[in-house]
Design a protein around this ligand. Structure first.
Ligand SMILES: [Fe+2]
Length: 194
């Protein structure tokens, strides 16, 4: 039986906290145990990508964006924000903006735009829809991520299995979502390193 987006999110939120000391302990004692993510001391910072023409400042503090596009396929996208030693960053800004189910951005209001701050364990999540393709690009979400007082990472994350990925000038496999099907849409994880 497949899971729901909610149950997958609940599973994500109940993951044991990954931190550098835990990763090191696992590496020394039980390397066969699955880690909740592949995280290594000296982790590469998340790649930057251009914001493009559709960013608008002052998005609402909101994680439930799917009411903005009730006709779209639902997806819950979630992850951690880590530093490059796998330490979760609490209170980090995570902002999303993306195209709607027709491939259009809202350039007047704030449909499918929102931000939040990571919780004490560095976690964030948005309930939204899968953006449609638009001319010239593969499927993507836009993000800005900022640790408290730090510089802003601007990037884009991508969907696995998309025919247009290979031909997209901004695509990189390091920016792929980990995508799971749910009975009521999809669940995807991406962990930012800033
Ligand atoms: Fe875009």
């Amino acid at each position: 039986m497949r899971s729901t987006r909610r149950s997958l999110l609940t599973a994500f939120l109940s993951l044991p906290l990954v931190d550098a000391s835990r990763v090191m302990a696992l590496a020394q004692t039980a390397p066969e145990l699955p880690l909740t993510r592949s995280c290594h001391a000296g982790e590469d910072l998340t790649l930057e990508r251009e914001a493009g023409p559709f960013f608008r400042p002052n998005s609402p503090l909101e994680r439930d964006l799917y009411p903005d596009a009730p006709g779209g396929e639902r997806i819950t996208v979630a992850g951690f924000v880590f530093d490059n030693r796998c330490r979760p960053i609490a209170g980090g800004l995570v902002e999303i903006w993306h195209a709607d189910e027709k491939g259009d951005y809202d350039s007047v209001g704030f449909r499918l735009r929102g931000h939040q701050f990571t919780d004490a364990q560095g976690r964030w999540w948005f309930n939204t829809i899968i953006p449609a393709l638009y001319p010239g690009r593969t499927r993507h979400f836009h993000f800005k991520v900022q640790r408290p007082g730090g510089r802003v990472l601007t990037t884009q994350i991508y969907f696995p299995g998309e025919a247009r990925n290979a031909g997209d000038r901004l695509f990189d496999e390091a920016l792929l979502l980990d995508l799971t099907k749910a009975v009521d849409g999809k669940f995807a994880q991406y962990d930012f390193v800033v």
